[in-house]
Design a protein around this ligand. Structure first.
Ligand code: BES
Ligand code: MN
Ligand code: ZN
Length: 491
C-alpha cells in the first residue's frame, strides 16, 4: 500500500475507484460540488431521490460514471458535519476500505473530507488509520487471500502543503504499527510463543534503531522475577522478558510502557473451559500493543525517552505447573498467594512493573487483557483505566480522546485493597468474589509500582473483536497503539 498526497481536481484523477464523502443533510463540499458538475449533477439528483443520505458509513457505488477520469465512483456517508470526530472519520474510511479491498482495486483515489471542525492533520490521521484498519485481515493462514489492499492510494486535498505531507507520513507509520499489533495478535499460538515473539521484537528493534534486551530463564531468575517464572513453569515454552529502549529525549524523564504477553492462556491448573479458552491467543495483546507503539515511536524519531517492557509467557497446566496455595516471592520482595492459576497476568506484571520502577521510569502505563470482569463492567469497546495518580490518569485519557480510543476510569479506593488480603502472604492473586474483579486485579498491580505515577489499561475488551463488523474483520484490533504514540508525542 503506497500512499501519496495530491491536490489535482477530482474529475481529472484516473483511478479504479474515486471515493468522495458527503455529510448528512448538508450541501456538497466545494471539491465534490465541482466534481458533480462534471457528472451532470448525478450526486445531487441521487440526494434528492433519497438514494444518498450521507448517514455515517453509507456506501453508494456508481459504476461507469461519465464525465470524469475515474472508472468508478464511491460516495461515502460521513454523518452530520457538526458531530464529526476522529473516530467517525476513521470508521467511515474503514468501512470504505473494507468494502473495496474485498476485490482488487490497484489504484484508489480518495478526496479528504472537508468542512468539519477537525484539523487537516486529524483528518489525514483518521483517514489513514481507517484505511489500514479496513484493509487488514485476520486470514493470515488462508491459502488464497480474501483481501487485496490497493497498491497505490492517492489522497486528494485542496492544497497539498508540507505539513499535510508530514501528517501523512506520521499516519502511515502509525497505521503500519497498528497492523503489526493486529498481525501479532492474530498469529496462531503454535507460531507465536515467548521465544518467537522476542525474536520478532529483536528484528523490529534492529530495523528501526531501538536498543533491545531479551532476558531468558536464567537471567529472569537472576533478576528475581519469580512470579513470572512461576507462571511459565507449566509450559514447555520458556519465558522471555523483552526491553526496548528509545532514547532521543536527552535528560528528560523516562516513560515506561509495560505489556502483558501471555501468548496462550489455558488458565493453567485452574483450567478454562473450551468456550473461555477459544480466543486466548489474544492474551499477548498488551505486549503486541507495546511493540507496535515502540516501532512507531522509533520511526517517528520522537524526542522523548521511552522504554517498552514485554513480559512473555505461556500459561499451561502440567506436572510442573504452579499450584493453588503456592506462595511466590516477587522481584520487589512482596509475596503473593496463588489461589487461581488463571489470574496469571497480574503475576507476570508484578515483576515487570517492579522492573520498570528499577529502570527509573518516571511514569508507567501498563496494558493487559487482564480480566473478564472489565468486559462485564464496560463492554467490549472500552478499556478500563485505573491509576494511582489522577493527573497522569487524565493525561492518558486525554491522549486516547484525541485519537478516538475510549477508556473509562474505575475507582481505586483504599478499601478495595482488602479484597486481596491473604492469610499467609502479603496478598493473594484473586479478589475472592466476582465483584469489582477489574479493580482487585489493579490493586495487586499497584503494589509493584512504588510511588511512580502509573496507569493500568485493562484492554480485555477492545484488544480483540469476537465478531467481524462493517469497519473491521474479527480478531486483533490494534487498539491503543495510537493512544500510546500520542502519549509519547505529548510526553
Ligand atoms: N486473560 C484472562 C482475561 C480475559 C478474559 C482476557 C476474556 C480477554 C477476554 C485472564 O488471565 C483471566 O483469566 N482472568 C480471570 C481472573 C480470575 C481468575 C480472577 C478472569 O477474568 O476470569
Ligand atoms: Mn488467565
Ligand atoms: Zn490471561
Amino acid at each position: 500500500m503506497h500512499l501519496s498526497l495530491q491536490s489535482t481536481p477530482l474529475h481529472e484523477i484516473a483511478a479504479d475507484w474515486l471515493v468522495v464523502g458527503v455529510w448528512e443533510k448538508d450541501t456538497l463540499s466545494e471539491s465534490v460540488a465541482q466534481l458533480d458538475a462534471k457528472l451532470g449533477s448525478l450526486i445531487a439528483r441521487l440526494r434528492e431521490q433519497g438514494d444518498i443520505v450521507g448517514k455515517a458509513k453509507e456506501l453508494t457505488p456508481i459504476y461507469q460514471p461519465t464525465g470524469i477520469a475515474a472508472k468508478r465512483l464511491l460516495v461515502v456517508g460521513l454523518g452530520p458535519r457538526d458531530k464529526a470526530d476522529f473516530a467517525g472519520v476513521l470508521g467511515a474510511f474503514a468501512v470504505m476500505a473494507k468494502s473495496l479491498s474485498a476485490k482488487a482495486c490497484p489504484r484508489l483515489a480518495i478526496a479528504l473530507p472537508q468542512g468539519s471542525s477537525l484539523s487537516d492533520e486529524a483528518v489525514v490521521q483518521a483517514s489513514v488509520h481507517g484505511l489500514f484498519q479496513g484493509t487488514s485481515t485476520a486470514g493470515l493462514r488462508k491459502s488464497k487471500t480474501e483481501r487485496t489492499p490497493p497498491d497505490a492510494i492517492t489522497l486528494l486535498a485542496s492544497s497539498a502543503s508540507g505539513s499535510l505531507h508530514t501528517s501523512l507520513r506520521r499516519a502511515e507509520i502509525e497505521g503500519r504499527a497498528a497492523n503489526l499489533t493486529r498481525e501479532l495478535v492474530n498469529m496462531p499460538p503454535c507460531d507465536m510463543y515467548p521465544e518467537s515473539f522476542a525474536e520478532r521484537a529483536s528484528t523490529i528493534a534492529n530495523q528501526v534503531g531501538l536498543t533491545v534486551r531479551v532476558l531468558d530463564e536464567s537471567q529472569l531468575l537472576a533478576e528475581r522475577m519469580n512470579a513470572l517464572l512461576a507462571v511459565a513453569c507449566g509450559s514447555d515454552r520458556p519465558p522471555r522478558l523483552v526491553t526496548l529502549e528509545h532514547r532521543l529525549g536527552g535528560a528528560k524523564p523516562t516513560l515506561a510502557l509495560v505489556g502483558k504477553g501471555v501468548t496462550f492462556d489455558s488458565g493453567g491448573l485452574s483450567l478454562k473451559s473450551t468456550e473461555h479458552m477459544i480466543d486466548m491467543k489474544c492474551d499477548m495483546a498488551g505486549a503486541a500493543t507495546v511493540l507496535g507503539a515502540m516501532q512507531a515511536i522509533a520511526e517517528l524519531k520522537l524526542p522523548v525517552n521511552v522504554i517498552g517492557i514485554m513480559a512473555l509467557v505461556e500459561n499451561m497446566p502440567s506436572g510442573k505447573a504452579m499450584k493453588l496455595g503456592d506462595v511466590l516471592k516477587t522481584r520487589n520482595g512482596k509475596t503473593i498467594e496463588v489461589l487461581n492459576t488463571d489470574a496469571e497476568g497480574r503475576l507476570i506484571l508484578a515483576d515487570a512493573l517492579a522492573y520498570a520502577v528499577d529502570l527509573k521510569a518516571a511514569n508507567i502505563v501498563d496494558l493487559a487483557t487482564l480480566t473478564g470482569a472489565c468486559l462485564v463492567a464496560l463492554g467490549s469497546d472500552v478499556a478500563g483505566l485505573m491509576t494511582n495518580n489522577a493527573g497522569w490518569g487524565a493525561k492518558v485519557l486525554a491522549a486516547g480522546e484525541a485519537v478516538g480510543e475510549r477508556a473509562w476510569q474505575l475507582p481505586m479506593f483504599p478499601q478495595y485493597r482488602e479484597m486481596i488480603k491473604s492469610d499467609v502472604a502479603d496478598m493473594r492473586n484473586t479478589g475472592g468474589s466476582r465483584y469489582a474483579g477489574a479493580i482487585s486485579a489493579a490493586k495487586l498491580l499497584e503494589e509493584f509500582v512504588a510511588d511512580v505515577p502509573w496507569v493500568h489499561l485493562d484492554i480485555a475488551g477492545p484488544a480483540w473483536a469476537e465478531r467481524e463488523n462493517a469497519t473491521r474483520e474479527s480478531g486483533g484490533t490494534g487498539s491503543f497503539v495510537r493512544t500510546l504514540v500520542e502519549l509519547a508525542r505529548t510526553y
